[in-house]
Design a protein around this ligand. Structure first.
Ligand SMILES: Nc1ncnc2c1ncn2[C@@H]1O[C@H](COP(=O)(O)OP(=O)(O)OP(=O)(O)O)[C@@H](O)[C@H]1O
Length: 320
């Protein structure tokens, strides 16, 4: 378990992390999301004792990192994939880590095989690709067989096969009852991997909830209805306070309804004898929910590349 308690980090005038509190539980993959500069890496660095909090504390299994007897056996972290002397072999890099933490040397070969670097164990780290460096970083995190694992952007530089491998590894580690805390900018990947997400923006917690709950909070969740009498149904839906959208390119018999459940809409259609040819959920993605949640917290925003004329969705509200 990881406990972050009123954690604050200031660099001069800049507040990187502000009064952050949350708990990361075992047996789950918890995604750590937030725009660039939100404070994710700083928070992770404080959890593993690489940065001192200005205020508050971060605990692993109830202890400060500095008080852990054999840190690598309790918490493993991939924070900077470029760590390690470029002239050293992967094997000797990990062996040095193992020796200083009372971990048997036999474990080095095991983790190298786990991450798929067994055959290049004797090669210099300096000759490694970005993806190999990530795998080596993950091997370092796994070395002490710790109960708590932190991964900062673990799929950075990995090809699709590597991305899938990381996803399966995270899920396996969580299924073994470990605490898995992973930051990523790849929302589609997080949607596949995480059970729970913590979203931060400008150093503060914006959301801390099961992933399904975060997705359900999006205004883009809607019910798609196809009916030969869209105008009748639309009028009744609006009267109940639901929002009915129709996009320009869609079929004339299609309505997208926000603010109502499948049951409510199906029952309403039945009451008014409106035939329904389709009634289905259009679920928002984690990316859509994330974009809505963080809209106000983006430090370095991007201008839209889509011209206004491409916006096709027309929304009818109750008063329309
Ligand atoms: N050593 C430092 N000195 C000064 N400012 C720093 C330092 N480290 C981080 N910051 C600032 O703190 C804020 C949080 O940075 P951090 O790297 O934790 O964000 P992040 O969420 O990990 O971002 P990214 O997604 O881009 O990796 C940023 O504004 C950053 O510029």
């Amino acid at each position: 378990m990881i406990t972050v308690d009123r954690l604050t980090k200031k660099y001069g005038d800049k507040t990187a992390v502000s009064d952050l509190s949350f708990q990361i539980n075992p047996g789950k993959v918890t995604g750590f999301l937030g725009p660039n500069g939100a404070g994710k890496s700083t928070t992770m660095r404080m959890i593993v004792g690489l940065d001192e909090p200005t205020e508050g504390r971060a605990l692993v299994a109830g202890k400060r990192y500095a008080h852990l007897k054999h840190p690598l056996r309790e918490v493993g972290a991939l924070l900077d994939a470029r760590a390690g002397h470029p002239g050293r072999s992967a094997y000797h890099h990990l062996l040095g880590m193992a020796r200083s933490n009372g971990i048997p040397a036999s474990r080095v070969g095991e983790v190298l095989d786990t991450v798929g670097l067994g055959e290049v164990a004797k090669k210099r780290i300096g000759s490694f690709s970005l993806g190999m460096g990530q795998r080596l970083g993950i091997a370092g995190a796994l070395l002490g067989d710790p109960k708590v694992l932190l991964f900062d952007e673990p799929v950075n530089g990995l090809d699709p096969d590597g991305v899938r491998w990381v996803r399966e590894l995270m899920r396996k580690l969580a299924a073994e009852g470990r605490t898995v805390f992973v930051s990523s900018h790849l929302m589609s990947e997080m949607q596949e991997t995480a059970d729970h997400v913590i979203v931060i923006g400008r150093g503060k917690v914006i959301a801390d909830a099961p992933i399904e709950e975060v997705i359900a909070s999006s205004s883009l969740n809607a019910v798609r209805v196809r009916t030969p009498q869209p105008d009748v149904l639309r009028r009744e839906l609006l009267q109940l306070g639901m929002t009915v959208e129709r996009s320009a390119g869609d079929a004339p018999d299609e309505l997208m309804v926000v603010g109502g459940t499948l049951e409510e809409i199906g029952d309403l259609a039945f009451q008014h004898r409106v035939p329904v040819h389709e009634l289905s959920l259009r679920k928002a993605s984690l990316e859509q929910a994330y974009m809505e949640l963080t809209a106000a917290s983006v430090e370095y925003g991007s201008p839209s590349l889509v011209p206004d004329t491409h916006v096709t969705r027309a929304t009818d509200h109750q008063e329309a």
